[in-house]
Ligand binder design. Sequence first.
Ligand code: TXE
Length: 500
Amino acid sequence: MSNRSLPTEYRTGTALPTQQLFVHGVPADATSGETFATLDPATNDPICEVQHAGEADVDRAVASAREAFGAWSAMPAVERARVLRRAVDILRARNDELAALETLDTGKPIQETQAVDVATGADVLEYYAGLAQTLHGDHFDLPPDAFAIVRREPLGVVGAIGAWNYPIQIALWKSAPALVCGNTMVFKPAELTPLTALKLAEIYTEAGLPPGVFNVVQGDARTGRLLTHHPGIAKVTLTGEAGTGKAVMADAAKTLKHVTFELGGKSPLIVFADADQEAAVSAALAANFYSGGEVCTNGTRVFVERAVYDDFVSALGPRVQTMRVGDPFDPATQVGALISRDHLAKVKRYVDAARASNATHVIGGDVPNDPALARGNFIMPAVFADCTDDMAFVREEIFGPVMAVLPFATEDEVLARANATDFGLAGAVFTRDFARAHRVANALQAGTVWINDYNVTPPEVPFGGYKQSGLGRENGLQTIEAFTQLKTIYANLGRFEGPY
Ligand code: TXE
């Protein structure tokens, strides 16, 4: 991909120096002596080496966070908020630079990362900075001679573990509520996308965050497990696959840590005959192919009422045909590269299984024949119709650009089928019938349901999964509960009278 429109600083495969950890306010060398490469998914060229954090490195990062906790949690909330607001301003000023680095590391189109990835992270940070001075406890008068107060206190050091599809957004969605409540953090990005978390650490420091409040350690599951086992960590928050959530929960249980999990999904997008069909088709495309399908909330089971099913399916092919697959740095590209060769192989296996099934192959699923893309992890967006609920690619999370379309006859039938899954992250209903929209939204077993929309996640509302799609929530006021603990103080104004 010689004529890539790469930003100048990334033009050669070794443009960046070996990336360090970030401990106590500065870049810090790992002592493990081990490094790993992060690759450009569009070419599989190494971007740079990254130092892998071992046990001593994680201990140092946790010690730094513990040391910083006292002063940070004692700081007036308004002063914490001022630091976080300055970070918001810097993030927005550096949006395009950060977006370029995110595109380089993830393979996602620059038209997406410039518009969504940094902005949705900065918006959440701004939201929680705004809440800082509203954090409070309670007071109870207990006549005749007592009262109680309930203090809301931070947990301590939070271990946060990120996934590779929205690296800087995930780092911000986890650090914003944690820090605003007075906690400190050790963050481990996914090993496939280590770069932008280090930029966030720099930005927090430039904004005035004291050393040790936000630390970054790098590495794979081994480093993640060092966090989930660490006695100095009070809480673990993970974004990742459901299986990883179960493993982390087991490890965190050994020291009874608080946990929050944002996990996988296989969400239903339900289209009724009375819906605006063109809008529903557009939503199905966005809900399956944005970020190359690497979005946990995606509506990958598209249920369409029989009366409009044939027309709906017929409309998909021509729309997918026009989608631009290519160099993630080309502003016209709509579908970039998948994160890794292994992930591309996994998605291909699902496409092959779909082709071998009784489903109707509508379009896509092949590797593009453009020689300029041959070295990258590219695949054409795929649509399969006439699917049935028992097909593996209909039941399992693919996390790639593969849409399954299924006909249905009645509301009761589609609700039973939509809910027949261990996942419960999200879903959508497209209809003009107000009562039916709310009946379906109420009946869907999922943490988020969109009515005539998809994948909109404002900072004000909680986000998270039912069933095996997660535990707890991110964003919204409720998430304050996940990063604080309550202390009841009972005051006796009289004299203690014992029973003995
Ligand atoms: O997850 P993995 P990935 C989900 C998405 C998909 C997955 C893709 O649905 O299932 O994330 O991201 C670390 N102990 N979401 O492949 O493999 C690992 O190093 C401790 C849902 O990265 O589970 C990485 O940093 N850590 C989400 C992280 O866990 C461990 C939105 C995730 O790795 C570990 C985005 C272990 N035993 C993606 N094993 C949502 N619901 O919001 C792995 N890790």
